[in-house]
Design a protein around this ligand. Structure first.
Ligand SMILES: [Zn+2]
Length: 507
């Protein structure tokens, strides 16, 4: 078995190298590439993704894998294989299954249609033109339904697509979790908005907030979080993101608004959480599927635990507010701790997901989940989608979009075929709350540490219990293993209710 496993690892390392080259090109595309280079860049990226698809679908890969695992279930033939080896083989088998299910024709049609639909969305959204977008979206949906049929990793077509982002999670589990969330979030929002202490004004003065001072603050917090700046780089882009080329080369971006320091700061902290996770994965053995993020939802939990639970919390602001005031004395001299906390925890239902606050955010996800599940499972037609969107927006957010631009066309995800992606955002919040509950049990002094700026106390806990475990368990299983309970929305709801009753006294 050892020789076969060694040969398989060499092929996996080659695939990882191809993926890392892709990541460098993607970073360049988002941060520095001249606009005219776009055409050839698309060909370079498509060529690289075909090379790794070719390896997964090669006879050599099949022959090696077949000797090591049962090709129906992915379980190891060798009874003497260790638990780590079994898991590694199972993960390699899952990838083989995904790539081999699709076939070259479907892979290239999806890739081509993704880029066409995404480009169309870019110019059709500002024009509020859903009727031109609809046929493209319908074809995207048909292709993804074909993909789901081919993969067949769950009871419904939607489950097969969800599995690409959140392996092991099912739509029916999500339905249960989301029902609990909606049942408590909707009344919580009503209590906050109805509270006599509720104010929707912004306590922070508008800018100018000098960009270089904003950037220095972002760097200071990233260093305090424990990000290794020798193995990362902070740049700027229109949409902040993080890309892990390998654990020794993790890059993140933020964007600056001279009128408000918050967008750059919270984006940097959010991306910093993603970047810490990427830096905490093991570099060796290179290419091992064990040393990868456990799921998209778990990745998102690493950003949200920092952005929301830490950096919008009272202990952190004890430490951070004096620094912020020193950085912008004319703007923020009069701000005290309670006012600052109100300023970074404003609750205001709105139409746009990416602008949503921590409390209303998950409702945006629930409605997207319900719509994409129904689209993929054939219970909702693309022509009915705008009205279904507006109806759900009224139901959950009590707001009706005035047009499709700020309604059904606001997100790019469906245009690039990312059906099954949205739930990761909500799971990120849920996992983050559960993980932090467990961390507090291990670290009873955590809030005092955060209040003194010793943020790496949390980083070290996450390193040990989350990052270094890679994909040995998938997201929900890893959280369940750490907390001793099946993943549920309760810790997240308890956290929100406690925090916002302190800010707004809503009981
Ligand atoms: Zn994120």
């Amino acid at each position: 078995m050892q020789a076969g496993l060694q040969a398989l690892m060499e092929m996996l390392a080659e695939i990882r190298l191809l993926d890392s080259v892709t990541a460098v090109l993607q970073w360049d595309q988002e941060t520095g590439m001249p606009p005219a280079a776009g055409g050839l860049r698309a060909r370079q990226l498509a060529w690289l993704s075909r090379r790794s698809h070719d390896i997964y679908t090669s006879h050599a890969f099949f022959n090696l894998l077949e000797k090591l695992v049962d090709m129906e279930s992915g379980s190891a033939h060798d009874d003497a294989a260790s638990a780590e080896q079994r898991r590694l083989l199972y993960l390699a088998w899952r990838r083989w299954k995904r790539h081999n299910a699709l076939g070259a024709e479907l892979v290239s049609r999806i890739a081509e249609h993704e880029s066409r639909t995404q480009q169309a969305w870019t110019h059709l959204r500002p024009r509020n033109d859903y009727s031109t977008f609809a046929p493209l979206l319908r074809e995207m949906l048909d292709l993804k339904r074909r993909e789901a049929e081919a993969i067949s990793l769950g009871p419904t077509l939607y489950d097969s697509l969800l599995d690409a982002f959140e392996p092991g999670m099912t739509a029916s589990q999500l339905e249960r979790i989301f029902a609990t969330l909606a049942a408590r979030l909707v009344p919580l929002i009503a209590r906050i908005l109805g509270s006599s202490r509720y104010r929707d004004d912004d306590p922070f003065l508008p800018g100018p907030y000098a960009e270089n001072t904003q950037e220095a603050l972002c760097r200071e917090v990233l260093v305090a979080m424990g990000l290794d700046m020798q193995a990362s780089r902070l740049a700027r882009s229109a949409h902040p993101f993080t890309i892990g080329i390998n654990p020794r080369d993790v890059r993140l971006t933020t964007r600056f608004n001279p009128g408000d320091f918050r967008p750059a700061f919270f984006a940097a902290v959010h991306e910093g959480g993603h970047a810490l996770y990427e830096q905490g994965l093991k570099l060796e053995p290179y290419g091992s599927p064990l040393e990868e993020a456990a799921s998209m939802g778990l990745h998102e939990s690493q950003s949200r635990v920092w952005e929301n639970q830490v950096a919008r919390g009272r202990p952190f602001w004890n430490w951070f507010l004096p620094r912020l005031r020193r950085a912008f004395p004319q703007r923020l001299d009069g701000i005290d701790l309670d006012t600052a906390l109100r300023g970074v925890n404003r609750v205001q239902p709105g139409l746009i997901r990416v602008e949503a606050d921590e409390v209303t955010y998950t409702l945006h996800i629930i409605m997207r989940f319900e719509l994409e599940r129904d689209l993929v499972n054939g219970r909702l037609d693309v022509d009915e989608l705008p009205e279904a969107w507006n109806a759900r927006s009224e139901f959950y957010l009590k707001l009706r979009p005035p047009d499709d631009r700020d309604g059904v066309m606001q997100d790019v995800h469906w245009a690039f075929g990312g059906f099954g992606y949205f739930p990761s955002y909500a799971l990120g919040n849920i996992y983050a709350a559960a993980l932090l509950d467990r961390a507090r049990r291990d670290l009873p002094d955590l809030d005092n540490s955060l209040a003194e700026g010793r943020l790496t106390v949390l980083t070290q806990w996450l390193r040990r219990h989350v990052h270094s475990r890679g994909s040995r368990l998938f997201g929900a299983d890893l959280v369940a293993d750490l907390t001793g309970a099946v993943v549920s929305a309760e810790p997240y709801l308890d956290y929100l209710e406690t925090k916002y009753s302190q800010i707004y006294v809503t009981s």
